[in-house]
Design a protein around this ligand. Sequence first.
Ligand code: NAD
Length: 233
Amino acid sequence: MIQINDNDFVAILTGAGISAESGIQTFRSSDGLWENHRVDDVATPEGFHRDPILVWRFYKERYQHSLRAEPNPGHYALVDLENRMKDNFFLITQNVDGLHTKAGSKRMVEMHGRLSTCFCTKCHKNYNLKDIDLQPEIPLCLSCKKHLRPDIVWFGEMPYYMDQIYEAVAKCTIFITVGTSGHVYPAAYFLSMARQKGAKTIGVNLDEPLNSHDMDYFYQGKAGEILPELVDS
Ligand code: NAD
């Protein structure tokens, strides 16, 4: 296995696959459906506009499920790596399930938002789901009483933390992508960008991802088995 040295700067991108062993379904691996829903219906602003009740029902279920899920050895291996690398570590996740935070990751950004928060469609005030009444089919802002929406970056919207992400991708010496199919942009582009800047690139995935041609090393298998080995090496 490739060695990670203490003077390396490691940037990591994770996707739905790292949470699969925690019992959370991935997204595209099967047929473009997310938990039996069309992505257009539950992961676009237009879908929310068309049917906010359906979209809220979907994300309330995902939120309840994420509260019951526990991190797996893949998440914990990244915490071990961060503890070793300290400020030479940066984790970018596309996941919204909160499992990296639950495992203890600190130098981490959730570029596609999170299930545990929401914000007002009018005044943009942000809330934690545990602090609001989730009984109404569409929860309402405590200040202006307008509709709240899930704090998820939907297709067609701008991901969060892009400045920090581009900075880390440009300066890393090792870039590792884990459990992501390479379908969703701009995340799928970080790998080739890191490689162009001179980083060694590593992929860990169950199936071969779309962007595997940009990987110097590809380890095929489960993140929960491969990541602990990679970090130990
Ligand atoms: P994806 O579903 O498109 O791809 C998942 C990839 O993980 C697949 O290539 C699959 O082969 C691989 N995989 C499955 N099990 C694995 C395992 N045990 N170990 C390693 N790899 C494994 O996921 P994506 O590329 O992250 O895109 C999905 C988008 O949908 C993301 O942007 C995310 O915001 C959202 N999403 C998030 C979650 C979550 O938070 N857990 C779940 C579903 C979808």
